[in-house]
Design a binder for this molecule. Structure first.
Ligand code: C2E
Ligand code: CA
Ligand code: CA
Ligand code: CA
Length: 275
């Protein structure tokens, strides 16, 4: 039995090494990806429900690896976050975002995801100041999305950061609202403009009475606090009708469009194509 146990341990150790090795490989590939320009940005339109117009878009990262193929952000953002790569990568994303807003000449808002490390590291404000200086871009058109859980990692710091961002005229949204198991009292603490209702609540809105109640209450709460609401992951006409009946301000999801390459989105942007 003893040797058997030892065998299991060796097996375990080997598996551990394989996992660590795999992880290191991914990390190396990710650092190279930045140099090799393997990251690509996609855009998903955001629709204003009252006017049915596209009023903005969310910027979403993609990684095209020659052998691994298309790798989604859920697989690489956590590694980029842990290894620190998120800082240069996030800088590249923000650089591209400001350039996009310059091209769009005030026509649309652009939402960018910030990671926890970016928010709590201290380099974000100087970076944004540098990128915005002489860009001619209205800061209100750059919406910075911070997830509820990232914000709650350090509420005091987040409070200061969000206040600083808004003092500079940027728009701030709380992403993945309601998924962080945090108390609602942070809404009083943080200065924000908008909340994004997570797809987890929108998905079963028609069939799960609890989700319907949560979404309805979230919209009322946001409006009572003077905040806008975006619903994520809208896939069906029935979900859209429900959200519209509750006066949700905006929505994004496959019903309108999947995230698409920037070039494709900008083709739709030609005069007249946005109506
Ligand atoms: P997120 O910010 O909550 O982004 C929304 C995710 O939902 C996106 O996944 C989007 O493609 C997907 N989605 C949109 N509409 C629908 C729909 O109707 N149905 C379904 N099933 N999914 C929909 P994606 O692009 O895979 O991004 C995953 C997450 O990765 C994002 O979640 C965000 O947290 C993170 N992420 C993406 N880009 C960046 C980035 O530039 N920086 C950072 N820090 N995180 C990023
Ligand atoms: Ca987001
Ligand atoms: Ca989200
Ligand atoms: Ca999410």
């Amino acid at each position: 039995a003893k040797s058997h146990g030892r065998g299991n341990f060796q097996f375990f150790e080997a598996a551990m090494n394989a996992a660590t090795h795999e992880r290191l490989m991914m990390e190396n590939r990710l650092w190279q990806a930045l140099e090799l320009k393997q990251f690509e940005l996609y855009l998903q339109p955001q629709v204003e429900l009252a006017s049915r117009r596209v009023i903005g878009a969310e910027l979403l990262l993609r990684w095209h690896h020659p052998e691994l193929g298309m790798v989604g952000p859920d697989r690489f953002i956590p590694i980029a976050e842990e290894s620190g790569l998120i800082l240069p990568l996030g800088e590249w994303v923000l650089q591209q975002a400001v350039a996009m807003l310059q091209r769009w000449q005030g026509q649309l808002r652009l939402a960018v995801n910030l990671s926890a490390r970016q928010c709590h590291g201290g380099a974000l404000l100087p970076l944004l100041d540098r990128l915005m200086a002489q860009s001619g871009v209205d800061p209100a058109l750059l919406e910075l999305e911070i997830t509820e859980s990232a914000a709650m990692q350090d509420p005091e710091r987040s409070r200061t950061l969000l206040r600083e961002l808004r003092a500079r005229g940027f728009t701030v949204a709380i992403d993945d609202f309601g998924t962080g198991y945090s108390s609602l009292s942070y809404l009083k603490l943080f200065e924000i403009d908008r909340i994004k209702i997570d797809r987890a609540f929108v998905k079963d809105i028609e069939t799960d009475p609890n989700d319907a109640v949560i979404v309805t209450a979230t919209i009322s709460l946001a409006h009572a606090l003077g905040l806008g609401v975006v619903a994520e992951g809208v896939e069906t006409e029935a979900q859209l009708a429900f959200l519209r009946s509750k006066h949700c301000n905006e929505a994004q999801g496959y019903l309108f469009a999947r995230p698409m390459p920037v070039g494709e989105f900008e083709n739709l942007l030609q005069p007249g194509n946005l109506d």
